[in-house]
Write a protein that binds this ligand. Structure first.
Ligand code: GDP
Ligand code: MN
Length: 376
C-alpha cells in the first residue's frame, strides 16, 4: 500500500525526522486559512500517489494566503498523470541550500535491503541515475543488522552526503522497520541555509502482509485513486491499470507478467493486468471480465490460463457462465493449457460465442489479441 506524501511525513515526524510545518485540505478557502496560520507564504502540493508532481505542475509556490487560495483552486480537481487531485498540502517554504536523495528499498533478489543515496537529489534524480550512475550510491543493508550509526556513516560517505544526514538515515531505517514498510524514500532531503536537514517530500510503501499488526491502516485500504482498481479491490481481485489496449487476464502473477511481455512483443500494449489467482471460478472470471470490459481503453481481451489445481474445464465453465452474466462487447481470445485443456477447449468450442476465439499457444493468443486490438 502506497501512502500519500502527508501520511509519509507523519511517519517521518513520529520517528524524529524534521519535516516542514504543513496542513492538508480539500478546500481552496481553507487553504487561505492554513497559509495564514503557517505565516503567509506556502508551497501548495497536490496529494496524489505518483511521483513527478513538481514537473506536472502539482507543486507551486504561493507568496501569501490569497495566492494560496488561488493556487489551491487551480490544482484541486486537476489530473496529474492519471490521478485526480482530491486534496492539497500546504507547507511552510524551506530555504533550500542542497537537495539530497535517500531511500531504503527491499532487494528481493538479494534477500536484503538496499540503501540508495545521492548528493544530487531533487526532481532530476532519475536522469542523474541514468546518466551518471556513479553519483548514486547503492549500499546493501543486512536486515538483521539494520542501519546503525556506523552503517549510516558508511552510506553518507559513499554518497557524499553531509555528516548531519547520519542521524536522519538511522531514523529513516526506524521508520522502515517499525512501520513495516517495503520502501521509504525522501526526495528531496534538503540541507537548509540554516544548516538543518529537512525531509521535503516522502514516499512510503507499507507491506500489506503486516496489516494485521496495524489497526490504523484499515481505512486507507480502499483509497484507490483509480476507480477501476478500487472496483477490482472491492471484489478481492489483483488488478493494475496500464495504458495500452489489450486487457490481460491470467492465473498467477508469473504467468500474467510473461503474458504482458508477449503482448508487448506482438506489437500491442497491455491495458491492464488482472491476476485471478489459483481459483479461477465463474464468479472470479465474471468479476474480472466485467472490470476489464468497463475500461474504454480495452479493445480486445486475452485470457491466458495454465490449468494446475484449477482444471481448464472448470475455467472454461467459468468463462461461459461469466459471459452469461456479462455481455461481451469486445473480442476475447482464450488460451487454455495444462490440466484438462482438451475438455476446456471443447466446452468453449461448443459454446461458439461469435466474439470468442481460441488459441493453443501463448504466442499465438497474444498475436491474435494484438491484431484484434490494433485493427481498424
Ligand atoms: P515531486 O515532484 O512529486 O517529487 O514533489 P516534491 O515534493 O519533491 O517537490 C518538487 C520540488 O519542489 C522539490 O524537488 C523541490 O525542489 C521543490 N520544493 C518543494 N517544496 C519546497 C520548499 O518548501 N522550498 C523550496 N525551495 N523548494 C521546494
Ligand atoms: Mn519528490
Amino acid at each position: 500500500m502506497d501512502l500519500y506524501e502527508h501520511q509519509a511525513r507523519e511517519l517521518f515526524a513520529k520517528h524524529g525526522i524534521v519535516v516542514p510545518r504543513a496542513e492538508v485540505t480539500d478546500s481552496a478557502k481553507e487553504a487561505r486559512e492554513i497559509a495564514r496560520r503557517l505565516g503567509g507564504p506556502v508551497v501548495v502540493k497536490a496529494q496524489v500517489r505518483t511521483g513527478g508532481r513538481g514537473k506536472a505542475g502539482g507543486v507551486r509556490f504561493a507568496a501569501d494566503p490569497a495566492a494560496a487560495e488561488l493556487t489551491a483552486r487551480r490544482i484541486l480537481g486537476t489530473d496529474i498523470k492519471g490521478h485526480t487531485v482530491g486534496t492539497v498540502m500546504l507547507a511552510e517554504p524551506v530555504d533550500v541550500e542542497q537537495e539530497l536523495y535517500v531511500s531504503y528499498v527491499l532487494d528481493r533478489a538479494a534477500g536484503r535491503f538496499l540503501a540508495i543515496a545521492s548528493a544530487q537529489g531533487g526532481m532530476d534524480i532519475e536522469e542523474v541515475a541514468a546518466r551518471r550512475p556513479e553519483a548514486v550510491a547503492r549500499v546493501p543493508v543486512d536486515p538483521a543488522e539494520g542501519v546503525t550509526s556506523s552503517k549510516a556513516a558508511e552510506i553518507a560517505e559513499a554518497a557524499g552526503l553531509p555528516a548531519r544526514t547520519v542521524d536522519v538515515l538511522v531514523r529513516l531505517w526506524e521508520v522502515l522497520v517499525h512501520e513495516d514498510a517495503l520502501l521509504v524514500e525522501v526526495n528531496p532531503l534538503v540541507r537548509t541555509a540554516q544548516g538543518a536537514v529537512v525531509a521535503l517530500d516522502g514516499k512510503v510503501t507499507l507491506d500489506d502482509n503486516a496489516r494485521f499488526r496495524h489497526s490504523r491502516w484499515g481505512d486507507q485500504d480502499t483509497a484507490h485513486d483509480d476507480p477501476l482498481e478500487a472496483a477490482a479491490a472491492a471484489r478481492g481481485l489483483h488488478y493494475v491499470r496500464l495504458d495500452g489496449e489489450v486487457g490481460v487476464i491470467g492465473n498467477g502473477a508469473g504467468l500474467v507478467m510473461s503474458t504482458l511481455d508477449v503482448v508487448a512483443r506482438s506489437g500491442a500494449r497491455p491495458a491492464d493486468f488482472l491476476d485471478i489467482g489459483g481459483g479461477a471460478s465463474a464468479r472470479v472470471m465474471a468479476d474480472g471480465l466485467s472490470v476489464i470490459l468497463s475500461d474504454p481503453a480495452v479493445r480486445s481481451v486475452l485470457v491466458n490460463v495454465f490449468g494446475g489445481i484449477t482444471a481448464c474445464d472448470a475455467v472454461a465453465d467459468g468463462i461461459v457462465r461469466a459471459l452469461e452474466a456479462v455481455p461481451l462487447t469486445k473480442p476475447l481470445v482464450v488460451r487454455l493449457d495444462g490440466n484438462n485443456a482438451a475438455r476446456g477447449r471443447a466446452i468453449l468450442a461448443e459454446y461458439a460465442h461469435p466474439l470468442v476465439r481460441q488459441a493453443t499457444t501463448m504466442d499465438g493468443a497474444a498475436r491474435r489479441a494484438a491484431e484484434l486490438a490494433t485493427a481498424g
